[in-house]
Design a protein. Structure first.
Length: 251
């Protein structure tokens, strides 16, 4: 593929959210968030072995495949899933152009049990706050990794938690006025011009949600990234079937 063909295809598939470099061509050189992907990778990368030969990875919400490409380069067998066909078209082009043998599938997070398998490592980066049913999604995702789950979410509000009792009387109201109490803000309309930004948890809330899904937080990197160990075998509860619940799978 010539440089002219790469440039043409990058333009044809745009706009891009992931700023990839394909044979010297940047896909989003003027990204409003700058080098956020590479900054996040500096935080996330050390959670994975340098040599991932024989390891399997599920990249949930893979977008154009930045993380999938990074982990493939370490030798991992990678499956990237996303609900948006435009992002998947970008990911498939990037992987093909770079000679990376990565499988990409169009799937919603609620459909992941249909894969019928686990993976050594699972990435859940920048997805949670885009979902109508975030705790259901987290319950599903928590059961997928054998070794580690890496979670990243947009977070606002208090970074510091507080001691939370196992129970409170219904007359207790002051705790809800404390900014350190686990809380998730609901966005009825848009945030940052994106109507799929439904939720913004604070740090104590995300940590509580991770624990609620049976995960063990092993490391907190930066503000937004959590490295988690999966639930122990037999722990937690079975995720109900999506069809039985009548949940609409669109985000």
């Amino acid at each position: 593929m010539t440089l002219t063909e790469v440039r043409r295809k990058v333009q044809e598939l745009g706009p891009w959210f992931h700023d990839l470099e394909i044979h010297g061509v940047r896909t989003a050189p003027d990204h409003p968030l700058g080098s956020f992907l590479r900054d996040l990778w500096q935080q996330v990368g050390p959670a994975f072995p340098a040599d991932m030969t024989g390891k399997t990875v599920l990249d949930i919400g893979c977008n154009a495949g930045f993380y999938s490409l990074q982990l493939h380069a370490r030798g991992a067998e990678v499956l990237g899933v996303d609900h948006d066909p435009r992002y998947l078209a970008q990911a498939r082009f990037a992987a093909e152009a770079l000679g990376a043998d990565i499988e990409f599938r169009q799937m919603d997070v609620y459909e992941l049990p249909s894969l019928g398998r686990q993976f050594d490592y699972v990435l859940f980066m920048g997805v949670l706050y885009h979902l109508r049913h975030p705790l259901l999604a987290l319950d599903i995702v928590a059961k997928l990794p054998r070794e580690r789950l890496i979670v990243q979410s947009m977070l606002r509000g208090s970074e510091q938690g507080m001691p939370v009792a196992a129970n409170y009387p219904i007359t207790e109201t002051r705790i809800f006025e404390d900014a350190r109490f686990p809380a998730m803000y609901f966005l009825e309309h848009e945030y940052a011009g994106d109507w799929t930004n439904w939720w913004v948890p604070n740090n104590p809330c995300l940590e509580a949600m991770l624990r609620s899904a049976g995960l063990t937080i092993e490391e907190h990197v930066g503000r937004e990234v959590y490295i988690c160990a999966p639930p122990k075998p037999g722990a937690g509860f079975a995720v109900p079937s999506i069809a039985a619940m009548g949940v609409r799978t669109a985000p």
